[in-house]
Write a protein that binds this ligand. Structure first.
Ligand code: MYR
Length: 131
């Protein structure tokens, strides 16, 4: 269901979320318009996510329930895993520096993919459309 290529269409509260993450205003302005595109390929419990944005291109492979390390575009390192809950992908990651959790979910709603984020009490949402 998640398979395919998705392009970010709009953000909600993403600036506030990034601010809570400690990202400075210049980087936030750039990140707000990062033209993020993700290609998701699921084979059973294994996922391959190809990420491409104005910042970088990166391939991430993970298995549901298996912890892995990931570096955010600003260099922040996190570690955690994705699981499936119902028809939602739920990711629980912990920042290596602050030890605080970053919770993210992906769901399909109609022809859109919605990714939510929570960090330290602040929620945000990015909505993607099929490319
Ligand atoms: C993936 O499935 O795309 C790879 C793993 C993602 C793990 C963590 C995602 C959190 C992204 C937060 C971005 C916030 C930038 C301030």
């Amino acid at each position: 269901a998640f398979d395919g290529t998705w392009k970010v269409d709009r953000n909600e509260n993403y600036d506030k979320f990034m601010e809570q993450m400690g990202i400075n205003v210049m980087k936030r302005k750039l990140a707000e318009h990062d033209n993020l595109k993700i290609t998701i390929q699921q084979t059973g419990d294994n996922f391959l996510v190809k990420e491409s944005s104005t910042f970088r291109t990166k391939d991430i492979a993970f298995t549901l329930g298996v912890p892995f390390d990931y570096t955010l575009a600003d260099g922040t390192e996190v570690s955690g895993s994705w699981v499936i809950e119902g028809n939602m992908l739920k990711g629980k990651f912990t920042r290596k520096d602050t030890k605080k959790d970053l919770i993210t979910t992906r769901t399909i709603s109609g022809d859109e993919l919605i990714q939510t984020f929570n960090y330290d009490g602040v929620d945000a949402k990015r909505t993607f459309k099929r490319a």
